[in-house]
Every structure is written in C-alpha cells, then in structure tokens.
Design a binder for this molecule. Structure first.
Ligand SMILES: [Zn+2]
Length: 414
C-alpha cells in the first residue's frame, strides 16, 4: 500500500486530491480524470507506486465490465477494503485517482478500458486479470475486434507475469487471447453476440458450433472446459467442485448472472469463500443509473443501457415479457454518427408488444423495426413516451447519450 511512497509521490497524491476536489466543487463531474492527470504529471510512476503492495484485479472487455467490477468489489469487501474506480473513469488517470483515494485499501478492483490493458498490466502488476468478451462497438468492424484480441494476446504473453487470468470460455476471441497464459480459470460466461467470432481468430478458418461448444475445423482451437458456470436452472452459479451458489441479484438477466459467476471466480482467487461472497452481490441495485428503477405518473420505468449491438441483444434478454418497451437512439459523437449497426441487431423478439420509439434518431429506428415487422409508435421525447404507455412497469432501452438524457430527466438517478 502507499505507506512507502516517496516524497514526490506523496506530493503528487496531494495535488491529485486537490485537483479532484476543485473539479467536484465547480460541478465538473467527480474529478477522477483531472485529478489523475495532475498526479501523473507530477509523478509519472504514480499509478505504479500507488498499486505497489496491493492485491489488484483488472477487469476488461467490451460489455459488463462496470457491473462485474461492482460485483467483484462487493465480494472482496467480505475480507477487506477495496479501492475501485468510479464509473467511466477506466483509464490510467481514473485508476490513479481510485488508488490515491483509498490509501488503506489492501485490495483494488479496477475496471480497465480495453485499449489500456497492456499499460495497466505493467503498472499495476495484477494478481488477477478478468477478460469478459470482445465485440464490435458502434464504429468498429469485426476486423478491428480481432486486431484488439491479437493485441491482448501479445500483451498477455509479455506482461501477464504471475497473474492468473479469469476468462470467458464462450468467447473465441477471449480464449485465443488468454490461452497464451499458463494460469487461466475459465468461466462459461456466455456470448449473446456471435457475429464477430464466426471465424477462428487463430487461423481464419470456419468455427463449428454445437450448442455451447465451439471448435475450429482447421487448427483445433476450441472451447475449454469451464470451472465456473451459470446454473442451467434457477438463479445460481456452479463452482469448480460442482457446488451451487444461489444468487439473489437485483440486476436482471442471464448476462448479469454470468457477471456474477466471473466475480465469484475472481473473489475466490483472493481467498474469499464464494458461499460468503454470493449473497453480497444482491447489494448491487444499479450501476451509474443502469438498471435503476424510477417512477413517474404511475409508470415504473426500468432503465437499461445498450451501447453496442451485443448490448442491445443482451437488453432484450433482460426485459420482462409483458411491459411496454421504450427504445431511444441517439447518434452524437460518443454514440457514433452512423446508425447502420442497428441492422446487425435482431429486433424480432419485440414483436407483439407495445413499442415506443424516441431519441434523436427515432426515424432510423422506426425504419429498422418496420423491416423486422415490429409494430411501434414514434414520439418526440421520454416525457411523451411516458404519456404513451399505460400506468405500470415499463422497460426503457437506450444507447449512451440517449441514456444520459433520460437519466438527466430523472435528476441523474444512480
Ligand atoms: Zn483455427
């Protein structure tokens, strides 16, 4: 921990906290990024120095990393204090701030942007690295996803050192990247989006799939046997010894049960008894507004964020079968200006229910639903959407800025 910091690192930490506090006081977010930036200017090795002597887990992947980090933090808190980064601050500036703010925490659970994994491996010397999944973002194409997997594979080979990898056995790109490491714990975390892994990342041949098993017809890359999995029945995780750990999650869907399985696998590597960790996961009710439930005019809205094609598919798996669904789509800079990716998402599961479409690009979404034979109505904004559905539960699915707009309407609900 930070007891042995050099005077320069201590000074950098003080400046970091001051900058973060100033940023908060002037209403510019929580100050994690600016604070970290200031600290790293004064002491470029600050992240490394602050991580020294702690037990660190890095959690990365396209989807689910924020939730898995929250679950992991809740699980490890059973045995000690955990430093963790605030939502969205998943680059080295945010990690530096997270560690600086929790000098006494023996453990650290750090969500890591996919492109910074190598840098964090070098700086934080993690005990565990969890790799969840890789799929395309709005702007990426499958080629770029494979390139990222190749970069991970190379970086793990050179920098993973003594780390144990917790990796998703159901994602061929993750398996290919992680299999260069000597110690891997495999989790059957599922893959709702298979379009980016139709071909073998190792040799480019066709991948055969039978049920949950997959295998390359040419080089033999295949699904490793998982030690951890989501139970086939009920809401539980099955551990390496076949023991079943019951879940009572507030967060919906199979995807979150898979995130829970990954968190329990990580926690057990830190010496936490999964039987003690599993009930703690039910404390997580929402994650930066995601899954939050808000009420207005007798409508109980549940807010689901879906940033990319895989996220949209996962959200359709999470929604309850009967309530009306509000879909909101924007295409501002962080969302990507091009909405053509919505044609990669299958919307047919929404057919037969009440669907309301809104957001800046509601007409794009309307055309897409028309193609999939889903009936819908189009409204101007979330207020009009609320008025358009009867009192009772409502599922709301939105992409990044559309989600932030809705969150703002409800006073930035967490
Ligand atoms: Zn192959």
């Amino acid at each position: 921990m930070s007891a042995n910091l050099t005077p320069r690192a201590k000074f950098a930490t003080t400046l970091l906290k001051t900058a973060a506090a100033l940023s908060r006081a002037t209403g510019r977010g929580d100050g994690s990024v600016i604070g970290g930036r200031v600290g790293l200017i004064v002491e470029p090795r600050l992240l490394e120095l602050l991580a020294e002597g702690r037990h660190v887990v890095l959690i990365s992947g396209t989807n689910g990393k924020t939730t898995t980090t929250r679950f992991t933090t809740a699980a490890i808190e059973a045995i000690g204090k955990v430093a963790t980064n605030s939502f969205g601050a998943n680059m080295p500036t945010g990690h530096t701030t997270a560690l600086a703010k929790a000098p006494k925490a023996e453990y650290a659970a750090l969500e890591c942007d996919e492109h910074y994994l190598g840098q964090l491996l070098d700086a934080a010397n993690p005990k565990v690295v969890a790799l969840l999944n890789l799929s395309r973002d709005q702007l990426d194409r499958a080629m770029e996803v494979t390139a990222l997997a190749a970069k991970w594979r190379q970086t793990l080979q050179t920098s993973a050192g003594q780390s144990t990898i917790v990796a998703n056995a159901d994602d061929p790109l993750i398996v290919w990247a992680a299999s260069v490491c000597p110690r891997v714990v495999w989790v059957a975390a599922g893959q709702s989006w298979t379009a980016d892994s139709a071909i073998c990342p190792n040799c480019g041949s066709h991948l055969d799939r039978f049920g949950e098993f997959w295998r390359c017809t040419n080089c033999g890359l295949n699904r490793p046997s998982p030690q951890w999995s989501v139970a086939q029945t009920g809401e539980a995780v099955v551990g390496p010894d076949g023991r079943r750990y019951e879940l009572n999650l507030q967060l919906p869907g199979r995807v979150n049960r898979a995130n829970a399985a990954t968190a329990l696998a990580i926690a057990s590597l830190f010496g936490v008894d999964p039987g003690q960790a599993a009930p703690r996961l039910s404390e997580v009710a929402s994650v930066a507004g995601r899954y939050a439930k808000v009420e207005r005019e007798g409508r109980q809205l549940r807010l689901l964020l879906a940033k990319n094609p895989a996220g949209w598919l996962e959200s359709f798996d999470m929604i309850e079968p009967n309530p009306p669904v509000v879909l909101s789509l924007n295409a501002r800079e962080v969302d990507g200006f091009d909405t053509s990716w919505i044609y990669d998402v299958d919307f047919t599961s929404l057919a037969g229910r009440k669907v309301v479409v809104t957001g800046d690009r509601r007409t794009d979404l309307a055309v897409r639903l028309e193609v999939d034979g889903v009936d819908f109505i189009v409204v101007d904004d979330i207020k009009a959407a609320i008025a358009a559905v009867p009192p009772g539960p409502v599922e709301v699915v939105a992409n990044y800025t559309a989600f932030q707009d809705i969150r703002a309407e409800f006073n930035r609900v967490n």
